[in-house]
Design a protein around this ligand. Structure first.
Ligand code: 5AD
Ligand code: SF4
Length: 456
């Protein structure tokens, strides 16, 4: 949580993109805290501003430059008053563009990639000495070995267990910006999970770009997969719910399926991106599985835990995608049924193999396919959400709601929910009866209050 006193230097971090970036931003704040930086919510008057960027969206680099242009006025204002503001670009755009950012944006003092955050103190020292810093190495001493201890993240905490990706899907920049797959050792993760729980975490989300490719070493020298890691973490007293994201169908192994069967604390929700339902497109995407294999994995997981629900990512309009290929994707969606989904029009990312492919799909065709797909998945979420009405679920209240007297949280199935509730329930798992549903969110009523009222 941002806090700040006058004697502290103000740190403003703006974050784009995935949970991994949100997590990285909080770790950057942890590293900078001993140097006297306290996080603030507004850029105005900050002593350091970090733009933690994401490269996955279209025109990501252009968007970063326009954001630099917009935020630079705070630096100019501060300098006009004789002050100093360090301005940095971090994250995947920093990794991909490096020097180019320094050349094009004179306001920027530091550019550093996701694997170098632990070197921030040295970078800040240099930048304070008016040296412009670019750091896009993949250092041999990993940041995981040197980052300071995890700070209190509240009731719903994130824990990074794996980073990078060796899959090389032909459309994706991640293997280039985040580098090769790396799994943290089991003991370090378990220790960190215990610390998070000691500091109030009730739910932990295990994070990784390719989280179920996890293969970390344990004390006995043996390598453990994600299923075993989840089993081990589930033994921590006080931890009530475990999630993991983002996973790849290829790495769903029997142990992970068993974990869904055996570990009650593992939430009944799984984000398992498939991208396409056409075998031809899956092949050119280098996804290394067929649509039927995806259906089988879903069936195996559902057999292990019958209430498990799925969400996915889809790309429409990949080069060479025909109407029939798109229809195959629609059929896969009908067959599986998703509780939520993210869908994107394909767009080329420089440096990826797909960027050189021909047989491009016209923009208007992509837009029509996207709309059709989104309509279908919206129907599916609405159906799923409506089927929740009348049920009672254990909701973790993560934050205050948009309206006074409301709290916001998630059901075990990752549905967003707003509930009229007392602030003292913030950070607690509470039984909530679902009363209303839209495609985006649920509304519910706290059950516990009634019991307290009755027993009072
Ligand atoms: N074009 C469109 N969508 C993409 N994604 C990744 N790269 C691209 C691209 N070049 C989507 C995928 C991935 C999600 C995080 O972003 O669906 O799962
Ligand atoms: Fe990108 Fe594919 Fe790796 Fe996911 S599995 S991060 S889409 S290369």
């Amino acid at each position: 949580m941002p806090n700040n006193t006058d004697t502290q230097k103000k740190l403003y971090i703006k974050t784009w993109g995935c949970q991994m970036n949100v997590y990285d931003s909080s770790r950057m704040a942890d590293i900078l805290r001993p140097l006297g930086y306290a996080q603030v919510d507004e850029p105005d008057g900050a002593d350091m501003m970090i733009l933690n960027t994401c490269h996955i969206r279209e025109k990501a680099t252009d968007k970063v430059f326009s954001e630099i242009g917009r935020l630079k006025k705070h630096k100019d204002e501060k300098e006009a008053k004789g002050g100093k503001m360090l301005m940095a670009v971090a994250g995947c755009v920093a990794q991909a563009e490096g020097d180019f950012i320094l050349k094009r944006a004179p306001a920027i003092d530091m550019v550093f990639g996701p694997q170098t955050y632990h070197e921030l103190p040295e970078m800040v020292l240099k930048a304070n000495g008016n040296e412009r810093v670019v750091n896009t190495e993949f250092p041999s001493v990993t940041k995981f070995d040197t980052l300071p201890e995890e700070q209190n993240q509240g009731a719903a905490a994130f824990l990074s267990i794996q980073e990078g990706c060796d899959k090389f899907c032909t459309f994706c920049v991640v293997p280039y910006t985040r580098g090769a797959e790396y799994s943290r050792p089991v003991d370090k993760i378990v220790d960190e999970a215990k610390r998070l729980v000691d500091n109030g975490a009730k739910e932990i989300t295990l994070l990784g770009q390719n989280v179920n490719a996890y293969h970390g070493e344990s004390k006995d020298g043996k390598v453990r997969g994600l299923g075993q890691l989840i089993e081990e973490i589930s033994g921590i007293n006080g931890l009530q719910q475990i999630r993991y994201t983002t996973s790849h169908p290829r790495d769903v192994d029997q142990e992970l399926i068993n974990a869904h069967r055996d570990v009650e604390k593992l939430a009944p929700f799984l984000h398992l991106p498939v991208q396409s339902g056409s075998d031809k497109i899956l092949k050119v995407m280098n996804r290394k599985h067929t649509a039927d294999r995806y259906r089988e994995i879903i069936a195996e997981l559902r057999a292990a835990r019958s209430d498990l629900v799925f969400s996915s990512d889809f790309i429409v309009g990949f080069p060479g995608e025909t109407d029939q290929d798109h229809e195959d994707t629609m059929q896969l969606i009908r067959d599986v049924g998703f509780a939520s989904a993210y869908s994107f029009k394909y767009s080329a990312r420089p440096g990826t193999p797909a960027a050189n492919m021909t047989n491009l799909v016209r923009e208007d065709v992509k837009s029509a396919r996207l709309l059709e797909l989104q309509n279908l998945v919206t129907e599916q979420y609405l159906e799923f959400n409506q089927a929740s009405v009348g049920k009672t679920m254990s909701v973790l209240f993560e934050r205050k709601g948009r309206y006074e007297g409301q709290l916001q949280g998630r059901t075990p199935f990752y549905q967003a929910i707003n509930v009229p509730a007392n602030d003292r329930l913030l950070g607690e798992f509470v039984d909530v009866e679902i009363t209303e549903a839209t495609a985006n969110a649920l509304v519910g009523e706290v059950k516990i209050i009634e019991n307290i009222a009755k027993s009072a």
